[in-house]
Design a protein around this ligand. Structure first.
Ligand SMILES: [Zn+2]
Length: 306
């Protein structure tokens, strides 16, 4: 049995032909079409047809960067892809493809992927955090993907950590993702660059990767930026542990490729803030499937829900 998993991002769409164990047999990547729904649908249909020419497909799963209602199946909030706002994307695609299609928030799909085929296998209680432009989060509780009353649960990125903090893309301010994300890391690095000597140049070309490379060379501002970001990530992990008594927190995303540089201060903060017996059983680990977690998870949701 084969499934197609699609992860629609603000920049790229990743699609994979996935077998029923979660193994990736083939992949495609195309640029996202953000403002033309017909163009987006046609590009998705072309990719799926391409996979169908190689193997029969049972169902399609789609991870979307927004809030999808489990009551109406409409995408209620989609800041990065405005053209899918208020659409029932899965129904539109299902009609055209004559295949079952399911959709899910992209971070929830990533959590499901890690739970079924990655670092969360065999667990009953886990959280998945993914640090990209923003901060995505998905929860598996009591052996189920936890979606809340309408499918909007798990928005840890928009939990407030500083009442008067930085403005957030959601319209609030002081949200966790203004600190713990690639854009949060950049903002923190810029603050440190003003306070101490740094080899970094404050231009619009500054990226998380450039900050990482500077940190590896011992740049004080870059190191401090990673330490601060890791510390806020640790506060979030301690909150999740104290609230939910998890068995593992799985952290993915481009920024996490920096490994110990980030997670050292995360783990120190968890030890400082979470109840010891709860923290002891909850390792903070790196994603096994990233950057494919959302794509694989979407395919596994198609396997299990269609
Ligand atoms: Zn926010």
């Amino acid at each position: 049995m084969n499934y197609v998993g699609i992860d629609i991002g603000g920049t790229n769409i990743k699609a994979g032909l996935i077998d029923d164990s979660g193994a990736v047999r083939d992949t495609r990547r195309i640029p996202s079409i953000i403002d033309d729904i017909d163009g987006l649908l046609n590009s998705l249909i072309r990719i799926i047809a391409d996979f169908q020419s190689a193997a029969p497909i049972e169902a399609v799963g789609i991870g979307i960067p927004g809030l999808r209602s489990t009551r109406t199946h409409l995408i209620e909030v989609s800041p990065n892809i405005p053209s899918i706002h208020n659409l029932n994307l899965e129904m539109l695609l299902s009609k055209q493809l004559n295949l079952p299609v399911v959709s899910e928030n992209d971070a929830n799909a990533g959590a499901y992927g890690e739970w079924v085929a990655g670092a969360g296998r065999g667990l009953q209680f886990m959280a998945y955090l993914t640090l990209g432009t923003g901060l995505g989060c998905g929860l598996v509780l009591s052996g189920y993907l936890y979606r809340g009353a309408s499918g909007y649960a798990g928005e840890m990125g928009h939990v407030n950590i500083e009442p008067d903090g930085r403005p957030c893309a959601c319209g609030s301010n002081g949200c966790l993702e203004t600190r713990v994300s690639a854009s949060g890391l950049l903002a923190t690095a810029r603050e440190h660059m003003k306070k101490r000597h740094s080899s970094l140049a404050d231009t619009d070309k500054l990226t998380a990767e450039i900050i990482f490379n500077a940190a590896m060379q011992g740049d004080a501002a870059a190191l401090a930026a990673f330490e601060d970001t890791g510390r806020f990530l640790g506060i979030a992990c301690a909150d999740l542990i104290n609230l939910l008594n998890l068995e593992s927190i799985i952290v993915g995303g481009g920024v996490v490729a920096s490994g110990d540089l980030l997670l050292r201060s995360t783990i120190a903060e968890v030890r400082r803030r979470a109840f010891e017996p709860a923290a002891r059983i909850c390792p903070i680990v790196q994603s096994q499937l990233w950057p494919d977690a959302g794509m694989i998870g979407a395919a596994m949701l198609a396997r299990d829900r269609s």
